[in-house]
Design a protein around this ligand. Structure first.
Ligand code: DQQ
Length: 674
C-alpha cells in the first residue's frame, strides 16, 4: 500500500478525457511522456538498453496508474469569470473570523502544503462547501459539492462532481452544473438526488436567481446510461418552485431527497424561517414540476433562526443497517437534522413522523432540533445523508471548513474539505442518540499496525508512542479506570460550575478524574500538540458524567488560527470501557467516542509538529486515578489506484510487452546487420 503525500495532491498530473467504458480516459500530455533516450555516437550495450527501456516502461505504467489518483479538472491560471453583482452574501462564505489585531504568522510553503489531507475528500483547488446530491448509481458513488472554481473563497457557486467505487479513492469530473440560467445565475446551490422506481435520477437544487431570489430547480442526467453521469440537463420548466408569499425570498433553500408517501406522491422538505423561528416545510408532487405545499409544517423551533440543509430520514430501532428515505412502520424512528445558519452547527433530534398529518415530534422536546444534540461538536456543517442501496446503509457527508485566515487559504490555493463518510444509525443501546462511524472501506487503506496493550498511565504521566509517521493515522484506544477509586471520590459540591470542555481551560487543567487521552500532532518539546481526551466529573448525586473533548488551544504556535476547545458529554453505559477513535489526516483531527455516540472534528494548523517532527503520546493529567490504555494505530494512505485505476493495468502491461518486443526486434536487426 502506498500512501499519498501532500505533494502528490498538490501536483496533479492529468486531466480526464473520454473513455470507452465510462466516458473518460486519462490523457498524457507531452510533459508527462517519459523522455526518449538520446541518439549518441556510442551505442548503448544491450543490457543497458533493456534496463532503460524497462525503466521507461515501468515509468509509463506508474504514470498511467498514478494519473488516476487526483485528477484536476480546473485551470487555476485561467482568468477569473466576471463576477455578477451583487454576489449573494450571508449563505456560506467563510464564517471563521479572527479577532482584530491578531498577528499573521509567516507560513511557509512547506507548512501550507502539509495541510492538504490525504484521505479526506477535497477538490484539490479553490473553495468547496456543502455536499450535494450524493447517490450510488450503476456501480459508482457520486459526490457533488458546492464549488467556487475561480478562487479559494466562496463566490459564484457551481456543482463540482467526483465519482468513486468506494468513497475513498476519487476521480474528479467536470463541473456538473454551471450558473448558466437566469434562475441560478447567482449560484447553483445545495440540493439532493432522488432515485425513481425505474432507477432514473432527478435532482432538485436551489438556484439563486438574477434577482437573488431562492428558487428550486429540477435537473437530470443527460445520458442515464452513462454511469459517471457527466452531463446534466436543467428542466425547461425551471424554476419549479418559488418561495410562498409568507417566506422571505432569501430564506427558501436546500430541498431534500424526496420519498414516496403511502398515497403514492413524492414528498420533500425545504428549510426556511419566519422571524427567529426555524421551520421545515413539506411539498408533495407527482412529477417534480408542480407542487402542493402542505398546510402543516413538518416541524419548527422558536429562536433557532434559519434552517439550512434540512435532512429527514428513518432509522431502525432494532436493525443496525440503514433504511431508504421513504420507509415507515413499527420499529422505526425519524431523524430531523437542520444546519443552523446562526451558529453554523448541525443539530439533530430523534422522534416520530406521522405521514398522514405531515408532522414530526421529537422524543424529548428539551433536546429538540437546534437546541440539543449535534452530529459533531467541532467543525461540521451543511451535512447530508443518502441511502446506499449498494450496502444497505445510510451514509453521512459533511463540509469541514477552514479555521485559518483567508490570506492563508489564498496562499495555499484551496479551502475546505469533506469529513470522511460516516455510517449513521440509531444507537440500539441508548435509543436516544445516533451512532456515527467511518465507513468500513477506510479500513482498506490502513497499514503498519502498531499495538500497545495495557499501558499504565499514572497521574501526571506522558508516554511517547513510537508508531512511525503520524500525519495520517487511524488510532483506536480503550481506557480502563480503577472503579474502586472513582467510587471513593467525593461528588461535586453544590453550587459548583458544571464542567464543559470549552469553559474549563482544556487538557492542561487537572482534576481528580481527568483529563486523559491521546496527544496528536505534537512536536518534541510539546510547544504544539492537540489533545483528544476524556474528562470525568462526579455529579451532585454521585453519578459520573463523561466528557469527550479536543483541545486546539496549543495546536499551533501561530496566532492566526482557531484555538477553540471542542466537546460535549458522551453516554457511557454500565460496564463499558471508555473508547475513542481518532483519525489524523494532516490538518484534520476527527474524533469518535464510545463507538460514535459523540464526534468532534477539528482543524489544526501546526507549524513545527508536521511531517517527521509530529509525534503521538498517551497522557493522563488526572490527579487521582491511574488509567490503563490499550491501543492500536495504523498508518492511513490512499493507494495509488482510485477504484477505476486498475482498469489501466491490463492495457499498460500490453504496452510494456509491446515496447520490449520492439526494442528486442530493433536490437536484433542491428546485431544481424553488423
Ligand atoms: N450553502 C449553500 C446554500 C446552503 C448553504 C450555498 C449552507 O444552499 O443553505 O452555498 O452552507
Amino acid at each position: 500500500m502506498t500512501s499519498q503525500t501532500s505533494s502528490d495532491v498538490e501536483n496533479p498530473t492529468h486531466a480526464p478525457l473520454l473513455d470507452d467504458d465510462y466516458g473518460y480516459v486519462p490523457s498524457l500530455d507531452a510533459s508527462d511522456q517519459p523522455s526518449q533516450p538520446q541518439e549518441t555516437n556510442r551505442q548503448p550495450s544491450k543490457p543497458v538498453l533493456l534496463l532503460i527501456s524497462g525503466l521507461l516502461a515501468i515509468g509509463l505504467l506508474v504514470a498511467l496508474i498514478v494519473g488516476n489518483v487526483r485528477i484536476e479538472t480546473h485551470d487555476n491560471d485561467a482568468p477569473l469569470p466576471e463576477r455578477r453583482d451583487p454576489i449573494e452574501q450571508g449563505v456560506s462564505e467563510k464564517s471563521f473570523g479572527l479577532p482584530p489585531n491578531v498577528s499573521s504568522f509567516s507560513w511557509t510553503d512547506d507548512m501550507l502544503s502539509w495541510q492538504m489531507p490525504a484521505f479526506h475528500f477535497t477538490p484539490g483547488k479553490n473553495w468547496m462547501n456543502d455536499p450535494n446530491g450524493p447517490v450510488f448509481y450503476k456501480g459508482w458513488y457520486h459526490l457533488f459539492y458546492q464549488y467556487s472554481p475561480a478562487a479559494p473563497v466562496w463566490g459564484l457557486i457551481v456543482w463540482g462532481h467526483a465519482v468513486s467505487r468506494d468513497m475513498v479513492h476519487w476521480r474528479h469530473l467536470p463541473i456538473a452544473m454551471e450558473t448558466d440560467k437566469w434562475y441560478d445565475v447567482n449560484g447553483v446551490w445545495t440540493g439532493s438526488t432522488t432515485i425513481l422506481p425505474n432507477n432514473e435520477l432527478v435532482v432538485l437544487y436551489t438556484g439563486s436567481t438574477n434577482e437573488s431570489v431562492q428558487v428550486q430547480n429540477l435537473a437530470y442526467p443527460a445520458n442515464p446510461s452513462d454511469p459517471l453521469l457527466v452531463n446534466w440537463v436543467k428542466d425547461p420548466a425551471n424554476p419549479v418552485l418559488v418561495p410562498p408569499k409568507w417566506i422571505n425570498i432569501k430564506d427558501f433553500r436546500d430541498p431534500t431527497t424526496a420519498w414516496l408517501t403511502p398515497e403514492g406522491r413524492w414528498r420533500m422538505v425545504i428549510g426556511t424561517k419566519v422571524n427567529r423561528t426555524g421551520i421545515a416545510i413539506l411539498y408533495d408532487t407527482d412529477d417534480f414540476k408542480s407542487y402542493d405545499l402542505l398546510d402543516t409544517k413538518l416541524h419548527q423551533v422558536d429562536g433557532t433562526g434559519m434552517w439550512e440543509c434540512v435532512d429527514f430520514f428513518p432509522v431502525s430501532k432494532n436493525e443496525s443497517g440503514g433504511l431508504d428515505t421513504g420507509v415507515i412502520g413499527p420499529g422505526i424512528k425519524h431523524v430531523l437534522k437542520a444546519s443552523m445558519d446562526d451558529d453554523r452547527c448541525d443539530y439533530y433530534a430523534i422522534g416520530d413522523y406521522n405521514p398522514k398529518t405531515g408532522t414530526w415530534v421529537p422524543d424529548n422536546p428539551k433536546i429538540d432540533v437546534g437546541i440539543g444534540l449535534r452530529y459533531d461538536y467541532g467543525i461540521y456543517y451543511a451535512s447530508k445523508t443518502f441511502y446506499d442501496q449498494n450496502k444497505e446503509r445510510r451514509i453521512l457527508w459533511s463540509w469541514i471548513k477552514e479555521t485559518d485566515s483567508e490570506s492563508s487559504d489564498i496562499k495555499k490555493g484551496w479551502a475546505s474539505l469533506m469529513a470522511v463518510p460516516r455510517t449513521v444509525a440509531l444507537d440500539p443501546l441508548t435509543g436516544s442518540n445516533l451512532l456515527q462511524w467511518p465507513i468500513e472501506e477506510l479500513e482498506n487503506i490502513r497499514s503498519n499496525l502498531n499495538e500497545f496493550n495495557e499501558v499504565k498511565l499514572e497521574p501526571g504521566s506522558l508516554v511517547p508512542l513510537n508508531v512511525g509517521p503520524t500525519s495520517q493515522l487511524d488510532i483506536m484506544v480503550e481506557f480502563e479506570l480503577d472503579k474502586k477509586l472513582t467510587d471513593s471520590l467525593l461528588p461535586l459540591k453544590a453550587g459548583s460550575v458544571p464542567y464543559n470542555c470549552a469553559g474549563h481551560g482544556g487538557a492542561g487543567v487537572r482534576d481528580a478524574l481527568g483529563p486523559f487521552g491521546v496527544l496528536v500532532l505534537a512536536n518534541k518539546n510539546l510547544t504544539e500538540h492537540t489533545p483528544a481526551y476524556f474528562y470525568i466529573v462526579k455529579g451532585k448525586k454521585g453519578e459520573l458524567d463523561t466528557f469527550f473533548c479536543i483541545d486546539q488551544s496549543r495546536s499551533s504556535i501561530a496566532k492566526d488560527v482557531d484555538k477553540s476547545i471542542y466537546g460535549s458529554t458522551v453516554p457511557v453505559l454500565e460496564g463499558e470501557k471508555l473508547s475513542m477513535r481518532i483519525l489524523v489526516d494532516h490538518s484534520i483531527v476527527e474524533g469518535y467516542a464510545q463507538g460514535g455516540r459523540s464526534c468532534i472534528t477539528s482543524r489544526v494548523y501546526p507549524t513545527e509538529a508536521i511531517n517527521d517532527d509530529a509525534q503521538i503520546f498517551l497522557f493522563n493529567n488526572a490527579t487521582s486515578i491511574t488509567v490503563t490504555a490499550s491501543l492500536k494505530t495504523w498508518q492511513m494512505g490512499v493507494s495509488s489506484t482510485n477504484g477505476s485505476g486498475w482498469v489501466w493495468i491490463g492495457p499498460s502491461l500490453i504496452l510494456v510487452v509491446v515496447f520490449f518486443f520492439v526494442v528486442w526486434t530493433w536490437q536484433n536487426q542491428r546485431n544481424n546487420r553488423s
